[in-house]
Design a protein around this ligand. Structure first.
Ligand SMILES: [Zn+2]
Length: 57
């Protein structure tokens, strides 16, 4: 079974239940980046999202 990449917005923002999960790491990060910017007005670096918040599930 393929591994999935998962990013819980809660781990970054605290009070948001948004979860992005995909088999494609780039897509997961891209979606997270867009969500952070559009919903929370925060601009995260791709590297930061990957190293700090991305999990393999
Ligand atoms: Zn969020």
């Amino acid at each position: 079974m393929a591994q999935a990449h998962r990013l819980d917005c809660e781990s970054a923002v605290g009070d948001c239940r948004f979860i992005i999960q995909s088999e494609n790491e780039e897509e997961t990060i891209e979606l997270a980046k867009t969500h952070m910017r559009d919903v929370h007005g925060k601009d995260y670096a791709v590297e930061e999202l990957r190293s700090e918040y991305l999990k393999i599930v």
